[in-house]
Ligand binder design. Structure first.
Ligand SMILES: Nc1ncnc2c1ncn2[C@@H]1O[C@H](COP(=O)(O)OP(=O)(O)OP(=O)(O)O)[C@@H](O)[C@H]1O
Length: 295
């Protein structure tokens, strides 16, 4: 079952090709993360899927309909997280969630939405008094109140503190467990790794890579780096068999290997090397932070 199907999608702004022949299928119930540098074409693609922008060519099907021709019934089956609470400072979260709920045939209970986005303590206070992260949670609440089959989340956790991000990830996991299909754009690689079944990397309006977070760009089969301290220096070797190397080291040291670290390329390393040829700011593309796994 396919929730979203895209074939040969093209969108131009004047002479600028923002989306350049994109093909992509997203399955029903899948959590899919669209990654890419600024200007890659993510928002354009997502807004075409939401029916907010027209395309120049290509075929698009979202929940079985062409978004350009879709009606209100279709719109009620999708959830979009917008800056919906902006300009509503005098209302409370409970009031705006309740009034939004009334526009749907089978909405979630207002208290359930408030609890799902962790706004119990702020539910009856004016929106003017909410922090940036709390407003964003309210926006997410408004996006899920209609029990959408498909939820679009555009950079959902920008401005969240670390605990709020983790709470939000739990919310997304519970929505996914209920069978909601989720299309997420994010600049946080850890968010994609935590949430997504698959990730797609786009740059210049084209799909560069499509895989599970663990396998993206052949990451799972990349060599590991083993390093340790010896003779007052840091020793490093790259190997396809890190367990064997660690065992050899353990035998040589007769036990604990000093300051042993085994690391593999992180999703961020792989992502940055995929997009490097497409990014003008070369310096930013050569960061090489490796995830360290203590063996
Ligand atoms: N309304 C518009 N008019 C003209 N050009 C546009 C318009 N919207 C987007 N673009 C251009 O199209 C390209 C893709 O933009 P888009 O917003 O889809 O990228 P993005 O991947 O969402 O970027 P970001 O991560 O910065 O949000 C960019 O070069 C952008 O300048």
């Amino acid at each position: 079952m396919t929730a979203i199907s895209i074939r040969g999608l093209v969108k131009e702004y004047g002479t600028k090709r923002a989306v350049d022949g994109l093909d992509l299928d997203i399955g029903t119930g899948e959590v899919f993360a669209l990654l890419g540098p600024n200007g890659a074409g993510k928002t354009t693609t997502v807004e075409i899927l939401e029916g907010f922008r027209t395309r120049d060519s290509g075929e698009v099907s979202v929940l079985g309909e062409d978004p350009e021709k879709a009606n209100r019934v279709w719109r009620n089956r999708i959830g979009i997280v917008l800056q919906s609470s902006a300009g509503l400072d005098l209302l409370t979260p409970r009031e705006i969630i309740a009034s939004t709920a009334r526009t749907y045939a089978t909405p979630r209970a207002v208290d359930d939405v408030i609890a799902a986005v962790g706004l119990e303590e702020k539910a009856d206070e004016r929106i003017a008094g909410l922090s940036g992260g709390q407003r964003r949670r309210l926006d997410v609440g408004l996006g899920i109140v209609g029990r959408p089959e498909l939820l679009f989340l555009d950079e959902p956790t920008t401005g969240f503190d670390p605990q709020a991000r983790r709470d939000f990830w739990e919310l997304i996991r519970s929505l996914a467990a209920e069978g909601t299909t989720i299309l997420l754009t994010t600049h946080y690689l850890d968010e994609a790794e935590q949430l997504a079944d698959r990730v797609g990397v786009i740059a210049g309006g084209q799909l560069l890579a499509l895989d599970t977070p663990a396998n993206l760009g052949g990451r799972a089969s990349e060599e590991a780096t083993v390093s340790w301290a010896e003779g007052g220096q840091r020793q490093t070797l790259r190997t396809a068999t890190p367990t064997l190397e660690v065992r050899r080291l353990a035998e040589r040291f007769s036990g604990e290997v000093p300051e042993l670290v085994v690391s593999r390329p992180t999703l961020e390393d792989t992502y940055l090397s995929l997009i490097a040829p497409h990014v003008i700011d070369e310096g930013a593309a050569h960061t090489n932070a490796s995830q360290e796994v203590m063996a």
